[in-house]
Design a protein around this ligand. Structure first.
Ligand SMILES: O=C(O)[C@@H](O)[C@H](O)[C@H](O)C(=O)CO
Length: 469
């Protein structure tokens, strides 16, 4: 029987162990999609406890604890103590066999705290105290965690109206071992049908110095914000769509939709699609001009629990995958941009694993010379970033595209300890490649294998995004 999560964790063969320990393990990290706070990086925040860093904002863990029957007060409440919240997580974890959080949490305890024993309710308080003591050490602040994780670039997720003052502070002080760049996330600009649109457009207009009443005003304002983000090193953008569509409309129609929305009037599904298609087409053209990457996240349904949405707001663990509903819309939108010769480098993430083959086949229809693997399927996303979900996505993209060009892993996390997810992915990757070699399905060609592993872990991302290093 293999030892629990030892140095060869998830590595079944000699080749897998060799590829991981000699190549993947030492490669630096570019985390090109995440939700960590640039302010906490700039201020080199030190966490008061393991509860703050683990349970302060990670809705993956909140969801697990809730599923174990813990009342909300001991998940996100303000009355319960850090220890009480930690104990609730320690109660749930031993029962979460097969959930990636089980592995991620124990990898993090090993890598950042030197703790190898499995966490449970019995040893929870002891581990809580040992972690907290460690977190008080000088190099265990956010910048120390980033340095020991060998992270070279972090892309935070930022609204076009954000002032990026923390990114500027990091740029001026240059104390962080990683470059911290904004990734532009114009979801609020896109959400013409959502409450708050008018207020947001006023905020965006103020940030750009443009009064926004028409689509031309939006382009004028966003031209300025995109130029500012470019000065701050932005190379990545990100869009969350419930589903993908393409509904073309003329300028006059889009202006009329904007006028309705600014007055707070209800916007129909068709109007929403027309507006979003127009705005995303304009944005894609700007991305294309600059060699920026357009990331599209789709086929998830968010904030399903109305009561909890009212209490806690978005991104709090009440989401699901959506049924596969994007095929024709995705094709139509990519073809629309391709016809205009403005299809940028694009990474597609679907919330449902049922879309793996759909994405793997569609991307083959829109490749181009702008980059090796211009159109990509991103790593298994959200509810799919499990061991099996990663294996399935790797197998699918290998079967349908050029595996050696994929962009590896991203944490997509709100916790500064989540860089262990890159190790998790790299172990699964090396085992997946190792199995093919040991089965005689791929030659045991040292140079080719080294290139594959190092490219997928790091080089492909560096070449694809072209960050200023
Ligand atoms: O970027 C997104 O929209 C999602 O990744 C979202 O942030 C989600 O909460 C998440 O973190 C999934 O990993």
């Amino acid at each position: 029987m293999k030892q629990f999560m030892d140095k060869d964790f998830l590595l079944d063969t000699a080749t897998a162990k060799h590829l991981f320990h000699d190549y993947a393990e030492h490669m630096p990290i570019i985390d090109y999609h995440c939700h960590i706070s640039p302010q906490e990086i700039a201020e080199d925040h030190h966490f008061r406890s393991i509860t703050e860093v683990w349970l302060g904002g990670d809705h993956y863990k909140w969801r697990l604890i809730r599923s174990n029957g813990t009342p909300e007060e001991k998940v996100t409440g303000t009355e319960s103590t850090d220890l009480e919240k930690f104990v609730e997580y320690a109660k749930a974890l031993p029962r979460a066999i097969g959930n990636p959080l089980y592995h991620w949490s124990h990898l993090e305890l090993q890598r950042y705290f030197g703790i190898t024993e499995p966490l449970s309710e019995k040893n929870a308080e002891d581990i809580f105290n040992r972690c907290n003591a460690k977190l008080q050490e000088k190099d265990m602040g956010v910048q120390g965690l980033i340095k020991q994780s060998n992270v070279k670039v972090i892309c935070t997720t930022d609204d076009p109206a954000d002032d990026l003052k923390w990114h500027q502070k990091l740029k001026d002080e240059n104390t962080c071992s990683a470059k911290v760049y904004p990734a532009m996330r114009p979801d609020k600009l896109m959400n013409v049908d959502k409450a708050g649109y008018a207020d947001y457009m006023a905020r965006l207009g103020q940030a750009a110095g443009v009064e926004i009443k028409t689509f031309a005003d939006i382009r004028k304002a966003m031209d300025k914000r995109i130029a500012f983000f470019e000065e701050m090193g932005c190379r990545a953008t990100d869009h969350a769509l419930e589903y993908v569509f393409c509904r073309e409309a003329d300028e006059q129609t889009v202006d009329a939709i904007i006028a309705k929305a600014l007055k707070g009037e209800s916007i129909s599904k068709e109007e929403t699609e027309a507006y979003k298609t127009a705005v995303l087409t304009y944005l894609a053209g700007e991305y294309y001009k600059r060699g920026w990457v357009m990331q599209l996240h789709f086929a998830t349904l968010r904030d399903l629990n109305s009561e909890m949405y009212r209490k806690l707001g978005p991104d709090t663990g009440f989401d699901s995958i959506a049924e596969g509903n994007c095929c024709k819309g995705l094709i139509a939108f990519l073809d629309h941009l391709n016809e205009l010769h403005i299809l940028p480098k694009t990474v597609l993430y679907s919330g449902t694993p049922n879309d793996n083959a759909m994405i793997g086949t569609i991307i083959g229809a829109f490749q181009g010379p702008e980059a090796r693997g211009k159109i990509q399927q991103g790593a298994a996303w959200w509810f799919n970033d499990t061991k099996q979900g990663m294996i399935d996505q790797m197998t699918s993209i290998a079967n349908l595209s050029v595996f050696g060009n994929i962009l590896g892993m991203l944490t997509d996390s709100r916790s500064f300890l989540s860089y262990a997810r890159h190790e998790y992915y790299r172990r699964i990757l090396c085992n997946w490649i190792g199995n093919l070699v040991e089965n005689g399905e791929y030659p045991n060609d040292e140079e080719a294998l080294r290139q594959l592993v190092e490219d997928i872990c790091y080089n492909n991302v560096a070449n694809y995004f072209q960050f200023q290093m």
